[in-house]
Design a protein around this ligand. Structure first.
Ligand code: MN
Length: 201
């Protein structure tokens, strides 16, 4: 059965960009609920219980019909949030050489990449994620609704931004742009690079 992963940092570690209260609720309530509902749905399907979350998400169309929606929503929620916690880190970081090269190839400069990513995050209507994904040797920024993600389209997720209101509303209220701007200060680019390495190895 799936479990809520521990964070590798304290709930207040990302202050002032993401506040402690938001982190506590986001991790112990929202993420926990995705895990619980996923486990509950899978409890009726013993042969699927030894599958990893990535394996399930890559093959939603092959799952029993009653499971598809719940795996997409709650399995997606579990995977996305686990990825999100790992992609955050206190301190100022920047993309390293390999990532920088890919960003420059596709977006000309880091500043332009930041602008494109931010604009897409601002334009997402309702709840969803913006993902930097890797596919066919290239990176791409794309918005996904609800808890969908690149794995469901056979692509590799490198970096995801949660733009559900629960991710920022306590501190930023309706000011999504301020939350996005703050997020650029706490990206763990080493984690992004590790994800990329999985694709090119
Ligand atoms: Mn969330």
């Amino acid at each position: 059965m799936f479990q809520l992963p521990n964070l590798s940092y304290k709930y207040n570690a990302l202050e002032p960009y993401i506040d402690e209260q938001t982190m506590i609720i986001h991790h112990t309530k929202h993420h926990q609920a995705y895990v619980d509902k996923l486990n509950s749905a899978l409890s009726e399907y013993p042969d699927l219980q030894d599958k990893g979350i990535e394996q399930l998400l890559k093959a939603i169309d092959t799952l029993p019909e009653p499971l598809r929606e719940v795996v997409k929503n709650h399995g997606g929620g579990h995977y996305n949030h686990s990825h999100f916690w790992n992609s955050l880190k206190a301190g100022g970081f920047a993309p390293n050489k390999q990532m920088e090269r890919l960003i420059n190839e596709s977006y000309d400069s880091f500043e332009n990449f930041k602008k494109v990513f931010t604009d897409i995050a601002l334009s997402l209507f309702g709840s969803g994620w913006v993902w930097l994904e890797f596919d066919n040797g290239k990176i791409n920024v794309k918005k996904y609704i609800l808890q969908e993600n690149p794995l469901m389209e056979g692509k590799l997720p490198l970096l995801g931004l949660d733009v559900w209101e629960h991710a920022y509303y306590l501190k930023y209220q309706n000011k999504r742009a301020d939350y996005i701007n703050a997020w650029w200060n706490i990206i763990n680019w080493d984690f992004v690079e590790e994800n990329l390495a999985k694709a090119i190895m």
